[in-house]
Design a protein. Structure first.
Lengths: 243, 300
């Protein structure tokens, strides 16, 4: 289990005995209790169908927990009113395996879109978009369309878009799932950089190599239950648990 | 200010894109709105004209014109006038000569004076215009004067006992039929606008997904679709308003030349009310249709 450290006063993300059963009866999460303090960098690992994406969807309340409590930034998500949901989402940056870019918009417009649709004042739009594009290293590609970019570049656009609201939490659901190993490492470097700027990062992945090399906190989930939670962990538990 | 402007700009530019992106469906909904409003505008004007006619007929109701044969000498006509004036039921009798009748006829609003001039002779009969104390006596007097040899036979008088009732009945039937038609068309147009909006939502599903993901509010997501519905309503209304606005006067003039004795008049102040009502109803159709379109489909 998790090696004891000094626990900060209130974790930024906290799940307490969370269960999730989908309407079709599939039990995706059984009894998940997990706490993530500010500025943590956490890998969420586990086989396909383990419940990683479900956990992520619960954190942005794309789904509601069936039982248990989830709190994010001090807010109890089960009691969060629908009209307050957009403001929660603005505090959380989120990227996916499939990037979710809009094909008819340029890189600049895709990133700016997140500001436009959240009623950011338009005069702040350009400097902000330029700032996040330089963080992800895409200066000079502003006017390209997604299909003119490599997979790694597209994921950087998605990351830039997730950063425009200066999120306190960054969630990545298999962000390297569609990328080759070299590109995957670049994306990981970017996430580390974002984490180093003070943002909490939770990354669901089954990229074993990355997890093993990084030696960061690893939360392993299987069949909807947390089976391991280690600081500086690897993808698999050590083969021999010697004392 | 900037935020508000951004919101409006986004809603209108997306709505405009939506409108053209599924142009066929959008045009269909504009057409149906147009038909509804055309029916509404026409019905209101027809009913108003019938009302006007009823009002004028009512003021004329206590009098009849007794047409005199062209062969009647003036002295006999004056005797006949005197005879009628002695009747206790009659309050007043006025003699209208053939020339006076022609002069009156010329004053009818829609008439082209040259039409009469081409006839050469004056086709209108002289008449005795008899006013009675009680409208209910008109029928009896009509019967009596018809027997006089002085009276023209085609027609003898302008007495039409049921004309008002007939017009009122006509107005009622037209009103009910028009209302049923408009209610049906209204339902149909709201339904078609709703389908248009759902098509637009479907075509934008990726954008909507991203909008929700990055924290757009529900209303920010909805507005473009509501605006699209309003565009449909305004576009349909605009065409209908132009047609009714420019068509009403020529229609009245044409009808006047056919129905010479019907007191049909052009009423510009009522026309303005009708046009405003059409525009308002177009906006209502658009907003109700699009609200129904977004209501269920933007819940996640
Ligand atoms: N929307 C859904 N409706 C029903 N079942 C679902 C849904 N999403 C995921 N599941 C099921 O829940 C379980 C966990 O899925 P998921 O969270 O996607 O796992 P992972 O991301 O670890 O692969 C799986 O059995 C999956 O089939
Ligand atoms: Mg998944």
């Amino acid at each position: 289990m998790r090696v004891a450290t000094v626990t900060p006063a209130a974790p930024q993300i906290s799940l307490d005995r969370v269960q999730k059963t989908y309407p079709n009866g599939t039990v995706a999460l059984r009894d998940v209790t997990l706490q993530i303090p500010k500025q943590d960098f956490v890998f969420l690992v586990g086989p396909s169908g383990a419940g990683k994406s479900t956990l992520v969807r619960l954190l942005i309340r794309e789904e509601k927990a069936t039982a248990g409590t989830i709190s994010v930034e001090g807010q109890d998500l089960s009691r969060l009113k629908r009209r307050h949901l957009p403001y929660l989402r603005r505090k959380i940056g989120m990227v996916f395996q499939d990037f979710k870019l809009l094909p008819n918009l340029t890189v600049f417009q895709n990133v700016g879109f997140a500001l436009r649709v959240t009623e950011g004042a338009l005069r702040h739009l350009k400097p902000k978009v330029e700032e996040v594009l330089s963080i992800v290293g895409l200066e000079g590609k502003e006017n390209k369309y997604p299909d003119q970019l490599s997979g790694g570049e597209q994921q950087r656009v998605a990351i830039a878009r997730a950063l425009v609201h200066d999120p306190r939490i960054f969630l990545a659901d298999e962000p390297t799932g569609n990328l080759d190993p070299a590109t995957s490492w670049e994306i990981i470097q970017l996430l580390l950089q974002i984490n180093a700027r003070g943002t909490t990062v939770l990354m669901a992945t089954h990229n074993r190599e990355i997890v093993d090399v990084m030696r960061r906190r690893v939360v392993a989930i299987e069949g909807g239950q947390i089976v391991r939670d280690e600081d500086a962990g690897g993808y698999h538990a050590p083969a021999l648990e010697s004392h | 200010m900037h935020r508000l402007w951004n919101r409006i700009d986004f809603a209108f530019s997306s709505a405009w894109q939506n409108f053209w992106r599924n142009a066929a469906v959008s045009v269909a909904s504009v057409l149906i709105v147009w038909v509804v409003l055309l029916a509404l505008g026409s019905l209101l004007l027809v009913l108003h004209s019938l009302d006007q006619i009823v009002a004028i007929e009512k003021t004329k109701a206590s009098a009849i014109s007794v047409y005199l044969a062209d062969t009647t000498p003036l002295s006999s006509a004056m005797d006949f006038k005197l005879h009628l004036e002695q009747d206790p039921r009659v309050t007043n009798v006025a003699y209208v000569s053939k020339d006076q009748a022609l002069a009156r006829f010329r004053q009818l609003p829609a008439l082209d004076p040259s039409v009469i001039d081409t006839l050469g002779t004056n086709p209108l009969p002289a008449s005795l215009d008899v006013t009675v104390r009680d409208i209910r006596d008109l029928g009896a007097i009509d019967q009596e004067v018809r027997n006089s040899p002085l009276v023209d036979k085609s027609p003898a008088t302008n007495y039409e006992p049921n004309v008002i009732d007939k017009i009122i009945l006509l107005a009622r039937v037209a009103g009910i039929a028009g209302l049923v038609l408009i209610v049906g068309l209204t339902g149909l147009s709201v339904f078609i606008i709703m389908l248009t909006i759902r098509t637009a939502i479907y075509l934008r599903r990726k954008e909507i997904e991203v909008m929700k993901l990055v924290g757009a509010t529900d209303w920010f997501v909805r507005w473009p679709f509501i605006v699209e519905g309003l565009i449909v309503g305004v576009a349909g209304a605009a065409v209908a308003v132009l047609i009714v606005g420019f068509g009403y006067r020529p229609a009245v003039i044409n009808l006047q030349s056919v129905l010479i004795f019907v007191p049909l008049a052009f009423d510009p102040s009522y026309l303005r009310i009708v046009l405003a009502a059409m525009l308002g109803f177009g906006l209502l159709l658009g907003s109700v249709g699009s609200y129904l379109g977004v209501r269920r489909f933007l819940k996640q």
